[in-house]
Design a binder for this molecule. Structure first.
Ligand SMILES: Cc1ncc(COP(=O)(O)O)c(C=O)c1O
Length: 239
């Protein structure tokens, strides 16, 4: 809800943790409402290239009348698989960039110049066959993970449109027990799966969405298959 107190709205599209993504028409429709208000649109588009629904990515900065209000957040970690290079960036009107630079230079040290140069090369030349191959591999893994999850008794998972996460509903298992241990929430479930089944998932509670867990499919097909099998076996043990 937008009120006179609203200074900014944060939108992450495609989304971590759900993988949901807005279509260009939806962005235009939401953007038209935002353009009528005096607020900043902080638009985290770090997964923009990782899209599986065939839709183009549209930035809020491209919506009529919204350019000056939009702060685009992006980085090279996801699409260019350059997580370790630690380069993220924002794009906004010069006055805001100047203010952010002033603050940031006092709060953190700078990114190393080698990473900065590498990121420039990635952004300028990186959208090549390698990236297409990577996105196609993610799309295949996405299908495989969602299908496997939906085949597990008591689990439902919508198909993500982007990013590299599946966010299944596991609420049917909450309140169940295993070996005398009660699983009350998604944190208990993830802890138990980590300790007993050696699979790492993020509890939905971390995102304010109890009853869900996040699975990243930025892993090899083999590891994903092993992990999904362990998840299936683990959930079946809960009574
Ligand atoms: C939505 C979103 N924005 C930004 C980031 C930041 O990524 P990094 O710290 O690797 O630049 C992440 C990483 O998971 C993310 O999910």
């Amino acid at each position: 809800m937008i009120t006179p107190q609203t200074k900014a709205i944060i939108v992450n599209n495609p989304s971590n943790p759900t993988g949901a993504a807005y279509t260009p028409d939806e962005i235009r429709e939401i953007g038209a409402v935002l353009a009528e208000h005096d607020l900043w649109v902080i638009s985290d588009e770090i997964y923009e290239k990782l899209r599986y629904d065939g839709e183009e990515h549209l930035s809020f900065a491209q919506v009529d009348g919204l350019f000056d209000q939009t702060i685009v957040i992006n980085g090279v970690s996801k699409a260019f698989a350059m997580t370790g290079w630690r380069i993220g960036y924002l794009a906004a009107v010069p006055a805001l960039v100047k203010a952010v630079t002033k603050l940031q230079s006092q709060m953190t040290s700078s990114c190393c110049s080698i990473s900065q140069k590498a990121a420039i090369v990635a952004i300028q030349n990186g959208e090549d066959e390698t990236m297409k191959t990577m996105i196609a591999a993610f799309a295949k893994r996405c299908e495989m993970v969602v299908e496997a999850l939906n085949q597990m008794d008591g689990v439902t998972c919508p198909k993500p449109e982007g990013a590299f996460y599946a966010f299944p509903d596991i609420s049917a298992f909450l309140g169940k027990s295993v070996n005398g241990k009660r699983i009350d929430n998604s944190i208990d479930l993830c802890q138990w799966l980590l300790e007993e089944k050696h699979i790492a998932l993020v509890p939905g509670a971390a995102f304010g969405a109890e009853g869900f867990i996040r699975i990243s499919f930025a892993a090899s097909d083999e590891d994903l298959k092993t992990g999904l099998q362990r998840l299936k076996e683990g959930l079946a043990e809960l009574k």
